[in-house]
Design a protein around this ligand. Structure first.
Ligand code: ADP
Length: 320
């Protein structure tokens, strides 16, 4: 695991998840409080693996906000980029586990504190010290956090950071599908590394196909690595010079929440100190095998954060 700083930018929130599936939260006999938010999960994934990470984002000045900041600190994530909004509350998601295994979300975001992050509240010094700057898309949905997002990306890039992007589409949050596509595409060509899921690939390309040609239609000139994650089917990788797939690990899956974030965290940890691996297919495949193992382990426990593995957990699965 590398020692360079990985800064993860965006939202952190709490999911309220019923203890049983097939009923709404209101009718459930109980619920769990699961902290999450893709960028926060990535920051903690990096830290769990022994890497050096910081989270940049805004929380509400309420008990949930402080709880989330404490969770980041307890996991060793640098908190110097966290700020608190005095007026707005921390983002919350109320989840329904449908009988078919899918999740439905209802969000408190009216607006939630994360959306109120302003460009002049950014800790630019921290952002400039990043070797890798990672971000999602939710902070592109509205102002002022859209401008903060773009400023943070630009500052990181200017200072020489590698930019890593996981669109992490949460469609119900966007005003419309077209708006989501437009905003995501507006920052597409800034990224050095992009990870998409099969559903995101289909959404962005408006295609029903999940094949190499469709994936490569997302390629842009400055891109160094495009990743397509396929859940229990592992992942595919595309670079300028080579492409291929890496097999998944077979595990007893309980809850897939956070698998993609764990995968990204693992990849970033392994490339942060030596980006030349992006041009070396053999070494890249080893790293993606490690990332697949991380993703797989994350599906074996409920929730995202409690399921994120340590390096020893991952080595044990790889050697098993
Ligand atoms: P996302 O959460 O972004 O949709 P995926 O679900 O594709 O991402 O998961 C990321 C990676 O985690 C996959 O590429 C795979 O290696 C691993 N993974 C996810 N689900 C499973 C599973 N059910 N069994 C084994 N590995 C999995």
């Amino acid at each position: 695991t590398g020692s360079g700083l990985i800064v993860s930018f965006g939202e952190m929130l709490i999911d309220f998840v019923p203890t049983v599936s097939g009923v709404s939260l209101a009718d459930a006999p109980g619920f769990l409080k699961a902290p999450g938010g893709a960028p926060a999960n990535v920051a903690i994934a990096v830290s769990r693996l022994g890497g050096h990470s910081a989270f940049v984002g805004k929380l509400g000045e309420d008990e949930f906000g402080h709880m989330l900041a404490n969770i980041l600190r307890e996991h060793g994530v640098n908190d110097e980029g966290i700020c608190f909004d005095k007026g707005a509350r921390t983002a919350l998601a109320f989840v329904t586990l449908r009988s078919d295994g899918e999740r439905e979300f209802m969000f408190y975001r009216n607006p939630s504190a994360d959306m109120l992050l302003k460009a002049d509240e950014l800790n630019i010094k921290l952002i400039k010290s990043a070797k890798i700057f990672h971000y999602g898309s939710i902070s592109l949905i509205v102002e002022p956090c859209r401008s903060a997002h773009i400023k943070a990306m630009e500052e990181a890039k200017k200072a020489g950071a590698l930019l890593s992007y996981d669109p992490n589409l949460r469609l119900p949050l966007w005003p419309s599908a077209d708006e989501a596509r437009e905003q995501i595409k507006s920052i597409w060509d800034k990224a050095d590394i992009i990870k998409v899921s099969d559903d995101e690939l289909k959404f962005l390309t408006k295609s029903e196909k999940v094949d190499d040609e469709t994936a490569m239609s997302l390629w842009h000139d400055g891109l160094k690595l495009l990743l397509l994650t396929l859940g229990e089917h592992g992942c595919k990788y595309y670079t300028k010079n080579f492409r291929g797939s890496v097999d998944p690990f077979k595990v007893k899956t309980v809850d897939t929440t956070g698998a993609g974030d764990s995968f990204v965290g693992a990849l970033l940890c392994k490339i942060v100190d030596d980006q030349s691996v992006l041009e070396d297919e053999k070494r890249l495949r080893e790293i993606l095998r490690f990332a697949n193992a991380c993703g797989a382990i994350t599906t074996t426990k409920k929730g995202a954060i409690p399921a994120l593995p340590s390096e020893a957990d991952v080595e044990a699965l790889i050697k098993a």
